[in-house]
Design a protein around this ligand. Structure first.
Ligand code: DAT
Ligand code: MG
Length: 168
C-alpha cells in the first residue's frame, strides 16, 4: 500500500472543549506524518463546499452552523493533513463512527462526541472517508505551498489583480 494523505479537522467543539492536545496525541499513535496544519476561520462558502455531498440532508443547515462555529461561539477549527501508509483508515479508526453513540468508547468521537437535541452528531473531528474525498478536501482547505509534500500536480499562476491582505 502506497502512502496516502488524509484531511483532519478538529471542529469548533474540539477547540472549545480544549481537546486539541488530546486529539493530536491520539492521532500520533498512528505514526503518520503531519504535512500541513493551520487554524482556520470557517466561512459559509468553505463550509458549503466541504459538505457539498450532504446538502440535501435534513441536518445540513445545522451542520453548516456547527462547522462555521455558530453553535459554539467559536469560529476556529484546526485543519491538518496526515500522510503515510493507510492514512485514511488509520485516522478513521481513531476518530470512531460518525454517530458518537455508536462509536467505540475509546475513539475520539466515542469519548468526546454527543448528539444534540436537534439530532445533529457533534462529533469533534472530521476525517476524510476515501482517497477521492481526501484529495478534494485537501485541495479545498490547503494550497500547495502550505504542504511539505508534493501531493498533487501544480501549475505556476501569475495573479495580477488578485487582492489579498499583507502586513503593513
Ligand atoms: P463522517 O464525518 O463520519 O465522514 P458524513 O460525511 O456522512 O460522516 O457526515 C458529515 C457530518 O455530518 C458528520 O460528521 C456528522 C453529521 N451527520 C452525519 N450523519 C448524520 C445524521 N444521520 N444525523 C445527524 N448528523 C449527522
Ligand atoms: Mg464524511
Amino acid at each position: 500500500m502506497t502512502n496516502q494523505a488524509t484531511l483532519v479537522i478538529i471542529k469548533p467543539d474540539g477547540l472549545k472543549k480544549s481537546l486539541t492536545g488530546n486529539i493530536l496525541s491520539r492521532l500520533s499513535e498512528t505514526k503518520l506524518k503531519i504535512i500541513g496544519a493551520k487554524i482556520v476561520k470557517v466561512n459559509e462558502h468553505l463550509a458549503q463546499q466541504h459538505y457539498q455531498h450532504l446538502r440535501d440532508k435534513p441536518f445540513y443547515p445545522e451542520l453548516i452552523k456547527y462547522i462555521t462555529g455558530k453553535l459554539h461561539g467559536e469560529n476556529r477549527v484546526m485543519a491538518l493533513i496526515y500522510f503515510g501508509k493507510d492514512a485514511i483508515t488509520k485516522v478513521r479508526q481513531i476518530s470512531g463512527a460518525t454517530n458518537p453513540e455508536e462509536a467505540d468508547p475509546v475513539s475520539v468521537r466515542g469519548a468526546y462526541g454527543r448528539i444534540l437535541t436537534t439530532g445533529l452528531y457533534e462529533n469533534v473531528v472530521h476525517a476524510s472517508s476515501d482517497p477521492s474525498e481526501a484529495q478534494r478536501e485537501i485541495k479545498l482547505w490547503f494550497g500547495p505551498e502550505e504542504i511539505t509534500v508534493d501531493l498533487y500536480p501544480v501549475k505556476v499562476a501569475t495573479l495580477r489583480s488578485f487582492k489579498r491582505k499583507v502586513w503593513k
